[in-house]
Write a protein that binds this ligand. Structure first.
Ligand code: ADP
Length: 391
């Protein structure tokens, strides 16, 4: 069998155990992708800077290398059939060289080049009439008052999980400003944070997962839990899905794209940012939807028909399991017995060899018959489960 819905002549690799897929990044996202790839009998090879990466023992070929170094990326990817990512901070130049060698690279290097730079992302939204918070680009700290205060300053490159984002409310905060090329954004009065994961293959086939709602922990500045479907109007859901499709189509995107939105207090959707990969806000789909985001990513990467994204339960939620505020050393997971004693609870521990305060160590998916039921389970699980450490 040949891979590919339409362009199999461009991508004429035999679909079978000899197919080699490389993943740049060997964290939890790569790990869950490997779980899915087993069902497709695809051999996944992994490169990560850490010798202790969660994928380390789950791949027939693990290469320790610098994801941002073109030579490392080329050396890892040479001879592979397909290469994809689980983190966007990788060498675009290295991926371009692999593409020139005939390796299928998804997402496309040109798309990564836009998405890696929050300034280029915002410019793309503006050029394509995608609603987003008003912004300006500045070269460093000297210009952060250009739009007035309060302002949100974001490093153009290298930020993740809220690192590289600072809210400057008044002059007293100015010493917190980053002195690097940045995006300044008006602070949005946020009602809800939402996301839509959209997949698009090279035939232009496109599918969205239902909108999810993220609830943040203000102390850790990480998603505390997320819930699907989001409690928004059917029109707002439709609008969010349409925006996600419009972005994927406007880019001619191939692969999986997570689109993060703010719903402001006036009820308007603003696109915050996009990530060209599987995303924390799609983890529940492993248990809660007909096709998981990881399988969907594989299907898009291998140019197979996309799977149904339909939800299997009226409600589902995902709780991140993060290290306790004073946790260090080898992780110790407590409370699993009690948590697993309820129906519809599924744990995913990421296999990290050491825990740190607020480090993402795993997640738990909860499926149920109503939003009230799953929120109740979320609260229970947060009481029951903890990740401490042993030094
Ligand atoms: P990262 O790429 O590190 O996840 P984000 O751009 O998603 O960074 O910002 C992290 C968080 O900061 C958001 O989830 C949101 O809570 C807050 N934030 C970001 N931009 C704005 C904004 N313009 N107005 C208000 N809050 C914001």
């Amino acid at each position: 069998m040949q891979i590919g819905t339409k362009n199999s002549s461009d991508f004429g690799v035999s679909f079978g155990p000899s197919l080699r897929l490389g993943v740049l990044g060997g964290g939890q996202l790569g790990r869950m992708m490997i779980q899915s790839a087993v069902d497709f009998d695809v051999r996944v090879e992994v490169m990560d800077p850490s010798s202790e990466a969660p994928c380390r023992h789950l791949t027939p070929r693990f290469v320790q290398g610098d994801l941002q170094n073109a030579a490392d990326v080329v050396s890892f990817g040479t001879g592979l059939d397909v290469i994809t990512i689980e983190i966007e901070h990788v060498s675009v130049d290295g991926l371009r060289q692999l593409e020139a060698q005939g390796v299928r690279v998804i997402p496309k290097p040109d798309h990564l080049a836009i998405i890696q730079d929050k300034g280029k992302q915002k410019a793309f939204f503006a050029e394509n009439d995608i609603p987003t918070a008003p912004f300006e680009l500045v070269s460093g700290a000297a210009h952060v008052q250009q739009m007035g205060l309060p302002i949100v300053q974001k490093m153009r490159k290298g930020g993740y999980d809220g690192k590289g984002v600072v809210v400057l409310k008044s002059k007293a905060d100015l010493n917190k400003a980053f002195d690097v090329p940045s995006v300044l954004e008006h602070a949005v009065d946020i009602e809800k944070e939402l996301s839509v994961i959209v997949a698009r293959n090279s035939s232009g086939e496109i599918r969205c997962f239902p909108v999810v709602e993220s609830v943040f922990d203000p102390v850790a500045n990480l998603v505390d839990y997320l819930i699907a479907p989001a409690a928004i109007t059917p029109q707002q859901s439709q609008d969010a899905e349409n925006l996600a499709r419009r972005i994927a189509d406007a880019m001619d995107f191939e692969g999986l794209l997570a689109v993060e939105f703010f719903l402001n207090r006036e009820g308007n959707l603003l696109v915050n940012e996009i990530a060209p990969r599987t995303h924390n806000s799609g983890h529940h789909t492993i248990e809660a939807n007909r096709t998981s985001q990881f399988e969907q990513h594989l299907r898009a990467v291998l140019d197979l028909p996309l799977g149904s994204t339909e939800a299997l339960f009226p409600a589902s939620a995902m709780v991140n399991l993060v290290g306790s505020s004073d946790a260090h050393g080898t992780p110790i997971y407590s409370g699993l017995d009690a948590a697993l004693n309820a129906p519809g609870i599924h744990p995913h521990l990421y296999g990290k060899s050491s825990v740190k305060p607020f480090r993402k160590m795993g997640h738990v998916t909860i499926t149920g018959q109503s939003r009230t039921e799953v929120v109740k389970s979320v609260m229970q699980i947060r009481e029951q489960l903890a990740v401490n450490g042993k030094v």
